[in-house]
Design a protein around this ligand. Sequence first.
Ligand code: HEM
Length: 273
Amino acid sequence: MSEFPYLPLETKGWRMAMGLRPLDIDHWLEVDEGRESELEQKRRLLERAYDVVVATNREGDAGSRELLAEVTNFLEVHYPNITIELRDDDHPVVAAARLVQEDLCVLVRSDAWRLQAACVCFPSRWNLASKLGTTLDDIHRPVPSYDVELSRPTNAFFERLKPSRSFWRLNWTLIDSPALHQPTSARRSPHGDLADWFFRVERQTLRRLPLSDAIIFTIRNYVASAQELCDSHEEFGPTLLLNLDTAPESMQSYKGWIGVADRLRRSLGGVTN
Ligand code: HEM
């Protein structure tokens, strides 16, 4: 397995945090050897399930056009060998999303910051159509404790975000399928044990665009076999177990992890015996 780029487990146990870090804009989007296959998956999804992976309101048009210009400029500067082909009939957020492995969301300020355009081919168990036009608080309604712990700082962050300083953050989960396209929000516990599980990391970036004043949210997914990560990183298994054990029950239930820590404990015991 090639080196897995991000292992965002908390060494001291579960913590609910914004976890924002300053983004070096030269590393806004990431291109790797999975590009061809992921872009092919996007092409297929756009053909067969357009309404599942694309949602747009007119309010998001200007931000989408500026996003497309930013994406093409980024690729021209940092990946000059990539050929940029655009189709005339694509919405600009779709045109941009066809060029990169990231999923792309455009948020626009009206009475509040609202999601007004997006192309999300690789959702981690959420439904895009139901979030279109809604606020950050509504988008995050299913997330336990978001309202008390993250709503205020996240809204304040959006108000203060400047085009000159962008940010990124990581989310992770443990699931029983390596599929990138997981649009159903039902969260059942992963079946099986360590050998059947996958560690899925989302690398997210946040930028405010200067002309349209939209905020662009990008989501890039990385998935690896949990067993392989345990084998290749000594600390991974025990730290994963610590994070599962210390996550509040509401979060375990939201993430579909009920009973998973005990099964992981047994799997890890098997590895070390
Ligand atoms: C500073 C910005 C943000 C923070 C701190 C944040 C935080 C979070 C957290 C903690 C979760 C729980 C996910 C997990 O760990 O599995 C979550 C879920 C989610 N976030 Fe965010 N988020 C941010 C921005 C956004 C933006 C801009 C969008 C726009 C599309 C978004 C869309 C979502 C969605 C769709 C979910 C899944 C909700 C569901 O289960 O229905 N987030 N976010």
